[in-house]
Design a protein around this ligand. Sequence first.
Ligand code: PLP
Length: 435
Amino acid sequence: MTSVEPAPSISGATEAAVAAAHERYRAARPRSAAQAEAAAAVLPGGSTRSVLDFAPFPFRVARADGAHLHDVDGHTYLDLLGDYTAGLLGHNPPEVAAAVVAVTERGWSLGAVAEDEHRLAELITSRFASMAQMRFTNSGTEANLMAISLARHTTGRTKVLVFDGAYHGGLLYFGAGGEALRMPFDYVHATYNDSRSVAEVFERHGAEIACVLVEPMMGAGGGIQGTPAFLAALRQTCRDHGALLVFDEVMTSRMSIGGAQGWLGITPDITTLGKYLGGGMTFGAFGASAELMAAFDPARGGTLTHGGTFNNNAITMRAGVAAVEQILTADALDGLFARGERLRAGLTDVIGTRPYTVTGWGSILGVHATGGPVSSPADLAGVDPLRAELLFHHLLDRGIYIARRGFIALSLPVTDADLDRAVEAVDHAITTIER
Ligand code: PLP
């Protein structure tokens, strides 16, 4: 339980209330403050993953277990961020820890092939309908870059249809500010959940579009679920125009044992994966039909070489096998999905008519300081940054960690009691902010 001071005396979503929240946070975390300052001398912004930054500085973790993080200042947080979905297994699952220890005893950085690699591929391809064959990468970003490149190579076309506000990795961000680091493919843009905007782009560029890259639910884009009708229409439009449909399931693969595609009954041409499927180790993958993946197989006339020193890194391969075989059962994933739906219903209920909206699907949620409905990232333009900042800090005060932007991703160790506590804390925070 955290030991931060009681609720602030300044109320309302004002600059002064935010300043008071920051001061309260800072005063309770002198060790984290000192580490943040030292880190900023050698790491721009004090860390190496921009999304983890928040004001006045992110707390420093001393250790983690189950659904909890413990910081160097003695605070414990219920971890509802779940490492932006990569932490689905929770902290330190013993099955994965044992697998990692076994690899350290056998040897790693082999520069050679070991059985775990094809075992993990067997386990994953048996789950996702679109993936008869697959390749591993080091990250979800890389998986998407490979998927786009495979689509362009296969179709002989250049254009890639993406949705405004989408995030497909550090080099594939289609929101404001993403331009400078965006890989320079030939993009055309449409609006998420808007089949008419897709049809218009295809009318103009249909014969040049190699693929549509889409998340079945926009994760970083705000936890915005694609409607089944929108996604089914995308499937059909791609077929009609000879373009390949790429489902980025880096986040949504958790929706069922067969991913979001299994849940929806929509099979894309190429699927990309990432996050937790490597047991919490660095991971990415892409896969498709054997026919498409033949592009990487010299024995079948494939001409693409796929490099990556750590594609088959020994620890990820063994940890992934342990996680998929022993932990990620259909029941476990369905239970997590149900807990997410329960949390969303509870939060929506306590928010009532106050100016906040809960979005998401299954165990991924977005809590936004704006009225709904939200069907594409443009609908989040009205988020009140002061309310959002206060909500985040009020939850930290009560020992609950979510993303600064309101993103929540449940992990397996999160209990029903934890969910009740989260609902109560959000209610209390909003009541404090709005009084
Ligand atoms: N695609 C989606 C939908 C993501 O959410 C992310 C990361 O958050 C990525 C791709 C990139 O994955 P990685 O961070 O492993 O490169």
